[in-house]
Ligand binder design. Structure first.
Ligand code: PSU
Ligand code: MN
Length: 307
């Protein structure tokens, strides 16, 4: 069988793709492992509305019932959000086993990119990507997201990487993997909750049409993914110094409890949520919506170029 045989694309998404209309992929680890219930469900629904309001069709992606599902909605979306803590977190290497067992799983940036590419979707909005963890020189903990960006031709719109990660090393690995990092209205790589990280980018573009032009050429060249870094809106942003204390505390707690491997990112997000009294989640939701808007604008511009 071909990989396509495991794909299950919703009628709405399939029709949009067949007509060459703009589609934006959305990940589901952010639902299952990135946010608590029920805020994760309202976020998942709201972000789809933002994509629609900006002229594209949303395609939330997950692994369910032994299928790679593209365009998860209704009861399935609700189940994913409600029972997400029991669901698996699907990285690239988990896919075959999860398809065999039929276990429900949220898809990470890496896995969502893979499935989007299989379905023919080129644009994907998320919150933040995984990266090189602090202390990676001893733990070797580097997210599979960075490899996937180098190899899979899907463009990811994110708000940078959280400073729970080592941002300098993350940018180095992106360069090694040949991943273009384009600032959207910024000269700096943003740090998720904060608009600035202190690390300059080589490429800046200020509108969706200019980004779409780069993506079209990247595709003509037969190259891999592109990372588009879109800072959190000013009104929802934190000062880097204000969040750093919470991050340091969360990292210390993770070490005390011996948290490692794929549990690390979800643990840190949950601890920061608790330590900020829920405020980190409000900012997280705001930046995801902002990324969905920009992703839809880019998808519309790209569809316009092809027409
Ligand atoms: N960052 C967030 N929320 C998330 C994630 C990252 O703010 O939910 C998820 C994404 O799905 C990302 C994954 O692809 O965590 C990275 O996990 P790891 O570090 O285990 O590769
Ligand atoms: Mn890891």
């Amino acid at each position: 069988m071909s990989a396509q045989a495991y794909l299950s694309v919703s009628p709405e998404v399939a029709a949009a793709l067949a007509d060459g209309r703009p589609v934006v992929a959305l990940e589901s680890t952010i639902i299952t492992h990135g946010m608590p219930y029920p805020q994760n469900l309202s976020m998942a629904r709201a972000v789809e509305e933002v994509v629609r309001a900006n002229g594209a069709v949303p395609a939330t992606i997950a692994i369910m019932d032994g299928q790679l599902k593209v365009g998860v909605s209704g009861d399935d979306l609700e189940m994913l959000a409600r029972d997400g803590h029991k669901a698996a977190k699907a990285s690239r290497r988990d896919m075959a086993a999860l398809l065999a067992s039929g276990v429900m799983a949220g898809t990470t940036v890496a896995t969502t990119m893979q499935i989007a590419a299989l379905a023919g979707i080129r644009i994907f909005a998320t919150g933040g990507i995984g990266g090189v963890h602090r202390g990676a020189e001893s733990s070797f903990d580097i997210s599979a997201d960075l490899e996937e960006l180098g190899r899979t031709p899907v463009s990811v719109i994110c708000a940078g990487a959280k400073s729970i990660l080592d941002i300098a090393k993350t940018l180095e690995v992106l360069e090694t993997n040949g991943v273009p990092v384009l600032g959207f209205g910024t000269d700096e790589f943003p740090a998720f909750w904060a608009r600035e990280s202190g690390y300059k980018l080589d490429q800046r573009f200020d509108d969706a049409a200019s980004i779409a032009r780069v993506l079209a050429i990247q595709s003509d060249l037969g190259m891999g993914g592109v990372l588009i870094a879109n800072p959190i809106p000013e009104a929802d942003a934190w000062e880097a110094a204000a969040i750093e204390g919470f991050i340091a505390q969360a990292l210390a707690d993770a070490e005390d409890r011996g948290i490692a491997g794929k549990a690390t990112t979800p643990f840190l997000l949950q601890r920061i949520f608790e330590l900020t009294g829920g405020k980190s989640l409000e900012s997280n939701i705001a930046l995801v919506n902002n990324n969905a808007r920009v992703a839809a604008e880019i998808a519309v511009a790209l569809a316009g170029r092809r027409a």
